[in-house]
Design a protein around this ligand. Structure first.
Ligand code: HEM
Ligand code: HEM
Length: 186
C-alpha cells in the first residue's frame, strides 16, 4: 500500500466528508419537507412543488450515495479505536451498513411508487425521469418507504449518540475525523 493511501486511512478523505454532510443535510430536509407537507390542506397547490422537490432531491441522494459507496469501497474500513468493546464496534458497523442500505432503499422504493405512468416526474422540473418497470411492486415499495423512514430515525439517534459518546465520554478522535471543525483530541 502506498504511503498516501495509508495516511488516508487514518481519516476520511475530503470528498467523503463533503458527501457525508451534503447527504445528511438533504436527508434532514427530506424529513422536514414531508412533515411540513402534512400540515398543508389536500388541495394546497404548494404540495405539487414539495413532492417534485422531495422526489428530485431523493434521486440526487441515490446518485451521491453511489459515488460515496465507490469512494468507500476504494478506501476500505477506517480502524476504530482499540478501547471499543466488541459490541460497540458491531453496533457502529451495523449502523453504518444500515445507513448505506437505507440510502439506496429509500430513493429506489420512492422511485418505484412515486414515479408512474399516471404521476410522471420532471427532475427539478427539467428532465423527465423514466418510470421503472416495477409498477406491480408499488404498494410494497410504498410500505417499505414508510418503514424505512422509521428505521432512518432510529439509526440517526444511535449514530448521533455514538458521535457524542466518542467525543465527550471516550474523548477519542472518531468524531473529529468526520467533523473537521472539532478540535482533535490527539
Ligand atoms: C433518501 C431519500 C428519501 C428519504 C429520506 C425520503 C423520506 C420520506 C419520508 C420521511 C416520507 C414521509 C413518510 C410518511 O408519511 O410516513 C416520504 C414520503 C414520500 N416519498 Fe420519500 N424519501 C426519499 C426519497 C424519495 C424519492 C426518490 C421519491 C420518488 C421519486 C419519494 C417519494 C415519496 C412520496 C411520493 C411520498 C409520499 C407518500 C405518501 O403520501 O404516503 N421519496 N419520504
Ligand atoms: C441522516 C444523516 C446522516 C447519515 C445518513 C450519516 C451516515 C453516515 C455513514 C454511512 C457513516 C460511515 C462513513 C463510512 O464509513 O463511509 C458516517 C460516519 C460518521 N458520521 Fe454520520 N450520518 C448522518 C448524520 C451525522 C450527524 C448529524 C453526525 C454528528 C453528530 C454524524 C457524525 C458522523 C461521524 C463522527 C462519523 C465517523 C464515524 C467513524 O469514523 O466510525 N453523522 N455517517
Amino acid at each position: 500500500m502506498s504511503e498516501k493511501s495509508s495516511t488516508a486511512r487514518s481519516s476520511y478523505s475530503r470528498g467523503a466528508i463533503w458527501l457525508h454532510w451534503i447527504i445528511a443535510l438533504v436527508i434532514i430536509g427530506q424529513f422536514l419537507g414531508m412533515q411540513y407537507d402534512e400540515t398543508l390542506a389536500e388541495t394546497d397547490p404548494a404540495r405539487g412543488t414539495i413532492y417534485m422537490l422531495h422526489k428530485s432531491f431523493g434521486l440526487t441522494i441515490l446518485f451521491l450515495t453511489l459515488v460515496r459507496l465507490i469512494i468507500r469501497l476504494r478506501q476500505g474500513f477506517l480502524p476504530l479505536p482499540p478501547h471499543m468493546a466488541g459490541w460497540e464496534v458491531m453496533l457502529a458497523r451495523v449502523t453504518h451498513f444500515g445507513f448505506y442500505a437505507l440510502l439506496l432503499l429509500m430513493p429506489l422504493t420512492g422511485w418505484i411508487f412515486g414515479v408512474s405512468a399516471k404521476r410522471g416526474l420532471d427532475y427539478f422540473g427539467l428532465v423527465p425521469v423514466p418510470v421503472l418497470p416495477l409498477e406491480g411492486l408499488a404498494e410494497l415499495a410504498h410500505e417499505l418507504h414508510e418503514y424505512g423512514a422509521w428505521a432512518f430515525v432510529i439509526l440517526f439517534i444511535l449514530h448521533v449518540a455514538g458521535a457524542l459518546k466518542h467525543h465527550y465520554l471516550d474523548r477519542d478522535d472518531v468524531a473529529t475525523r468526520m467533523i473537521p471543525m472539532l478540535k482533535r483530541r490527539s
